[in-house]
Design a protein around this ligand. Structure first.
Ligand code: ATP
Ligand code: MG
Length: 575
């Protein structure tokens, strides 16, 4: 017996009006279909239909985790500060970490992620290589006090995540489990009917080096991706694309100084001198943690990638206005020629073969043309500094990259010994020696995935659920209060539930138009329409929400036909 619900009693308050605060389809539709409600910025309640879909995503994730031998547990949301102090993240994490005190004045935080808690758990319990590897996961609420919570469930402050952590004796064992997790993540995306790409990523806050993000492709996504036909794809934050650029200046010229009053940007410089932006060099200023001034030079038409700048010069921070005053350097006229004493000059590798640079003169209102590296100035470090973009060359095969936008639904990381070393989590190996665990961590955004599914599956009328995520599978719409119609609809409702189909009946005293609109809005995969005329003819109508196709089915066949369709559709997304 599957679940059978009645619209007359279902707590699913649908909205006709388009909520003004919601910019994206998923946000609008989750609100309009009565699936979520906002409690505060980035904090939502899940109503029964939203929660049913969340439960389905969780079940898929559970099945895939169990299948690769990860074991479910539950870790606390409120975590003691001591563990975060041990790992070093209490100070590093910043205001995204929500901190609180208990009645004794002790510090705690709301878990934004659970490396600390799980490392502390395991270090007290697993002591021998014989107990390794072990992989543990939970499905739990996370809290991150995001700077800009927005887009409903896509970027919340409180959200649901599946997070898994694995502990290994060596890198090879980690690699095997990492690969298994990555394959499971691919299957999860497929079972949610997401069009996705695994991409090379930056490890950001969590640390470690090897990592892959799973991106659901959608224009609404916040991530910019570049990808190649050869299969390589990357988040532009991390992509080391080959910037295909033949040197524009091949023969050296004399350096010349030009007055450029009022010119502060590359665009202004290029238009004043009638040259393309890519023939100029843009210089940005940063400082090392020790306070040394750093100039970063990139082609005038490219953006500096701060993640790459940080790889080139660890800990670098771009200057703010006060810093410019303190270093006494002119913001709009920086350049690598004669910078202040002790400045480190870093330049993008794509500029290496250029022999004539148009740059700022380090003097307000002046620029230099024809500056030549090695002759007029020294580059201390050549490094990959620019944000990759479509049109650049693939670092693997050299073909031209395409661009897309994506929603990061999940990510896998190899953490190595970052946390086990910091927190003294060790085991004894075969030779009786103590070694830190080699760790991995793996996260799926459960609530974000729900929104990502809607971004890829909706139209003007509402949501179009893949059956694997639909709150229920079939809706029965009796279109009249005629006794015969009601009796038939109720009968089909009971029989479908008995056949194992999740079914809802729209038994509200509403016009047909309202029932149709709500059914399309909520997005039940199938609608069985029971009308007075059809009943007289011995038929009901079956509407497929995704295709819009309508089929007339004879009443005696209706339950069997519907059940078969549901079963075959479910099979497409089965484990
Ligand atoms: P983002 O770059 O989008 O802020 P993240 O890389 O910081 O995300 P992870 O630490 O990798 O996030 O967390 C694992 C997963 O949790 C993400 O892939 C995403 O699906 C989900 N997630 C992270 N932050 C949020 C959020 N603010 N709201 C909803 N889901 C989130
Ligand atoms: Mg991530």
């Amino acid at each position: 017996m599957a679940v059978a619900l009645r619209m007359s009693t279902l707590y699913a308050p649908t909205l006709r009006e388009v909520p003004v605060e919601a910019e994206l389809a998923s946000h609008r539709l989750l609100l309009r279909a009565g699936m979520i409600r906002k409690a505060a910025s980035g904090i939502y309640s899940f109503l029964p239909l939203g929660w049913r879909s969340i439960a389905k995503i969780e079940d898929i994730v559970r099945q895939e985790m169990d299948a690769i031998g990860s074991q479910e547990l539950l870790l606390p949301v409120v975590q003691p500060a001591e563990l975060w102090i041990e790992s070093g993240r209490w100070t590093v994490y910043g205001p995204e970490l929500a901190r609180l005190k208990d009645r004794h004045g002790r510090d705690f935080c709301l878990g934004p992620t659970h490396e600390e808690i799980i490392t502390a758990l395991v270090r007290n319990e697993i002591r021998s290589y014989r107990d390794l590897p072990v992989s543990l996961y939970q499905i739990n609420v996370k809290f991150r006090d995001e700077v800009r919570p927005r887009f409903g469930l896509l970027r919340g402050r409180e959200f649901i995540m599946k997070d898994a952590y694995s502990f290994h004796a060596d890198q090879q064992s980690l690699q095997e489990h990492y690969d298994a997790q990555a394959r499971a993540y691919g299957r999860i995306c497929e079972r949610l009917d997401l069009v996705y790409r695994p991409v090379v990523a930056d490890s950001g806050q969590i640390g470690g080096s090897v990592t892959t993000e799973f991106m659901a492709l959608a224009d609404a996504g916040e991530a910019d991706l570049v990808y190649c036909e050869c299969g390589w794809a990357a988040n532009v934050e991390a992509a080391s694309a080959v910037v295909s650029r033949d040197p524009r200046s091949t023969s050296p010229v004399e350096i010349s100084r030009h007055a450029t009053p009022g010119i502060k940007t590359i665009a202004e410089l290029a238009s004043a001198f009638g040259i393309p932006e890519h023939d100029t060099v843009k210089t940005m200023a940063g400082k090392t943690p020790e306070g040394r001034l750093v100039y970063l030079c990139v082609p005038g038409d490219r953006e500096l990638n701060p993640v790459k700048a940080n790889t080139a010069v660890p800990g670098i921070e771009l200057l703010d206005d006060d810093d410019f005053d303190r270093f006494r350097i002119p913001k709009g006229s920086l350049g690598p020629v004669n910078p202040p004493e002790g400045t480190m000059v870093v330049a993008d590798t794509s500029l290496r073969d250029e022999v004539s640079w148009a740059v700022g003169a380090n003097e307000d209102g002046f620029h230099l043309f024809g500056a030549m590296p090695g002759r007029d100035f020294t580059v201390d470090l050549w490094a990959d500094l620019v944000v990759a973009r479509p049109g650049d060359g693939c670092p693997i095969c050299g073909q031209t990259l395409s661009g897309a936008r994506g929603i990061e639904v999940s990510q896998v990381f190899q953490l190595g010994t970052k946390y086990s070393e910091a927190m003294g989590a060790r085991f004894t190996d075969e030779n009786g020696e103590e070694r830190p665990f080699v760790m991995g961590c793996y996260g799926v955004g459960i609530s974000r995935s729900l929104a990502a599914v809607i971004e890829q599956h909706c139209d003007e009328s509402g949501i179009i659920w893949p059956i694997s995520v639909a709150p229920l599978e079939v809706a029965i719409l009796p279109l009249s209060d005629d006794d015969e119609v009601i009796a038939l609809a109720e009968g089909i409702w009971k029989d479908l539930a008995a056949a194992g189909v999740e079914v809802v009946i729209d038994d509200r005293d509403e016009r047909a138009g309202v029932k149709f609109a709500d059914a399309d809005l909520i997005g039940w995969p199938y609608q069985l329409i029971v009308g007075k005329r059809g009943v007289a003819d011995g038929v009901v109508e079956l509407k497929d929400r995704a295709t819009g196709n309508r089929l007339t089915v004879s009443i005696p066949d209706a339950v069997e036909h519907m059940t078969e369709l549901v079963i075959s559709e479910r099979a497409r997304f089965a484990h």
